[in-house]
Design a protein around this ligand. Sequence first.
Ligand code: 5GP
Ligand code: ZN
Length: 112
Amino acid sequence: MNDCLFCKIIAGEIPSTKVYEDEFVYAFRDINPQAPVHVLVVPKAHIACADEISEENSAAVAKIFEAIPKIAKAEGLTNGYRIINCCGEDGGQTVFHLHFHLLGGKKLSESF
Ligand code: 5GP
Ligand code: ZN
């Protein structure tokens, strides 16, 4: 866990552009945005990927989905947005701390 990039960002050891924070959730701008708004929403507790969500840690995921509408509103995403999670190698995950991409600010393409 000490080697986890997003744990370091949450701890403030690596700088990020924070857009939202509460007791359970941290959200910051993606360093390589794929849309006018591209925010990563992560649990403060380390969960490696969606495949590791369980009865024990799923409350953090609920907190993320409670935070997303607040972030979307603050970012002006009044016309909708997309939430993406990449899980594991085949899912294209590159950072192994659970995160949800919140994308918007334009009409997004239908392909993935
Ligand atoms: P994944 O491919 O795992 O779903 O998404 C990882 C995301 O993290 C990518 O969109 C990538 O641009 C972003 N990312 C990687 N390193 C950093 C970083 O140091 N800071 C920020 N803000 N985003 C990062
Ligand atoms: Zn982590």
